[in-house]
Design a protein around this ligand. Structure first.
Ligand SMILES: Cc1cc2nc3c(=O)[nH]c(=O)nc-3n(C[C@H](O)[C@H](O)[C@H](O)COP(=O)(O)O)c2cc1C
Length: 478
């Protein structure tokens, strides 16, 4: 069974409504304004074991969300704060509504598959917070995963839909924050992170678990709130500096007490702790996406002690930075190379199949994933994986007489794989007689915008589209 993945789930929805999808280090974003309606949605992984989807949309036809609920190892907390949703399962076919301000948990009964329906012509705002079983993730044992375990233990007996009644007054603003705040910038990401945790804790703290309770209502006026948000942004832009509280008061015009209250309310932390959290988050980004040494990272995030950095990083992510980097790069060997070349005259479908078969076999061995397109007598290929293996392979391909004039479109490090599940897939158009063959991951090319494939930027978009198409084809197949 594939593990739950909020970003991929949102990609599937994007395909259904023909929307635009952007993915970056913060998460995935869907926007659309077309015959299907308009709106936006986002998906992000807050932490190993906690993924979030949020929606703010109005569609002209009903949308069915079911893939999300296929994985049995998670609980889904659904908070609807505008409009309504309905749901049904194979066990109780009757459709029931989830009203505005009603909070529902979808549990993990083995025999049940669930579906949420977004009704047509109704503006809806809702979020789905998915908590995965975290017991198998010892490397991430930390305060946060303890919180999740608590939650799981408290509700894991949930077999069917469970109604936890109304979303409490104090939870609603946190859900609003999740839905309305974008994920650009570190401060917004922390705001989202805090809002997700507060949504869970404020809703369930009364149910006898150990989650910290939260303050009831925003202690600040609207203008003061804005100042707090601006301050959080300022801190995130100036992480290399130590910013005394006094400076924050002079920038914002708020007194120290108000600043602390505001940070406590929005981020559940003191200003100091908030800054530390931002630093750790930034450091994590550096570890994942750059080759900076640990000392360089410590300097860049404004700390001066390596051992202190290691300590606080470990508290949050369960690993010291050096091990985190090693682990991340081991599990995400993300060198990427794409190229195009001319196919040799007289290329036959037999040639394509034999290239594909050799690729699948060898690439599996070398940890390479990717996709090959054969289109109008040219090859376009993307290869992802360990750098040395890919550079060796490209030399082999250059010498392969089945193609010539190979031109690299892009090569460099990427933060994740696009085709992680495919050692090689083939997309082709010329040989209509090669049936779309799911065994070999062969699919037709007609849906791809091939015109500017040689442009590196458009190229990235094209490969993502190709991957989405493969995912959908696979799911249809199941
Ligand atoms: C356009 C094109 C793309 C290819 N892509 C791959 C690939 O991704 N992986 C691979 O192992 N071989 C690929 N090949 C085949 C290699 O050139 C070579 O024939 C193959 O790696 C030899 O495998 P073998 O030693 O197992 O017979 C490709 C060939 C062409 C013409």
């Amino acid at each position: 069974m594939k593990s739950f993945d909020a970003i991929n789930s949102l990609k599937n929805i994007t395909l259904k409504i023909d929307g635009d999808f952007i993915e970056n280090a913060s998460g995935g974003f869907l926007t659309f304004k077309n015959k299907h309606g308009k709106g936006n949605a986002k998906a992000f992984k807050l932490f190993s074991g906690l993924e979030v989807l949020s929606f703010n949309l109005l569609t002209s036809e009903a949308i069915y969300i079911e893939n999300i609920f296929k994985n049995k190892n998670c609980l889904h907390f659904i908070f609807c704060i505008e409009g309504f949703l309905s749901h049904y399962s194979n066990l109780d076919k009757e459709k029931k509504n989830i009203h505005r301000l009603q909070n529902v948990i979808i549990g993990n009964n083995k025999n049940k598959s669930s579906c949420i329906v977004i009704p047509a012509n109704t503006k809806v705002k809702f979020t789905i917070i998915t908590v995965l079983h975290v017991n198998n993730e010892p490397r991430y044992q930390s305060q946060l995963s303890n919180l999740l375990s608590n939650l799981m233990t408290n509700v894991s007996n949930t077999e069917n839909y469970t109604y936890f009644g109304e979303i409490s007054n104090r939870t609603t603003p946190f859900v609003e924050t999740i839905i309305d705040t974008n994920l650009s910038g570190l401060a917004n990401r922390l705001l989202n992170e805090a809002a997700v945790l507060k949504t869970l804790s404020s809703q369930y703290s009364s149910r006898g678990n150990n989650i910290k309770s939260v303050e009831n209502k925003n202690p600040l006026s609207k203008t003061d709130t804005l100042e707090i948000i601006k301050l959080s942004d300022y801190i995130s832009q100036n992480l290399h500096e130590t910013i005394p509280l006094k400076k924050l008061t002079s920038i914002s015009g708020l007194n120290q007490k108000k600043i602390q209250k505001g940070f406590q309310y929005f981020f559940d932390e003191t200003v100091n702790k908030f800054t530390t959290n931002l630093r750790i988050l930034k450091a994590k980004e550096y570890l994942e996406e750059t080759d900076y040494s640990i000392s360089e990272i410590v300097y860049k995030i404004g700390l001066n002690s390596r051992s202190y950095f290691s300590k606080i990083f470990k508290e949050k992510y369960g690993l010291i930075p050096k091990d985190y980097k090693k682990f991340h790069h081991l599990s995400n060997p993300t060198f990427q190379l794409s190229y195009y070349s001319e196919a040799a005259e007289g290329t036959t479908k037999k040639d394509l199949i034999s290239i594909l078969e050799a690729s699948k076999k060898n690439n599996l061995e070398y940890g390479i994933s990717g996709c090959l397109i054969y289109y109008k007598a040219s090859f376009y290929q993307i290869l992802e994986g360990p750098k040395n293996e890919i550079l060796n392979l490209i030399e082999v391909i250059k010498k392969d007489s089945r193609n010539k004039n190979l031109n690299i479109i892009f090569q460099g490090m990427k933060s994740g794989r696009i085709f992680g599940e495919w050692n090689m897939a083939l997309i082709q158009d010329d040989f209509a007689s090669i049936e779309a063959n799911r065994e070999l991951d062969i699919i037709p090319v007609e849906f791809l915008p091939m015109t500017d494939i040689k442009n590196p930027l458009a190229n990235k978009y094209l490969w993502e589209k190709a991957r989405n198409y493969l995912i959908v084809n696979q799911e249809v197949d199941k």
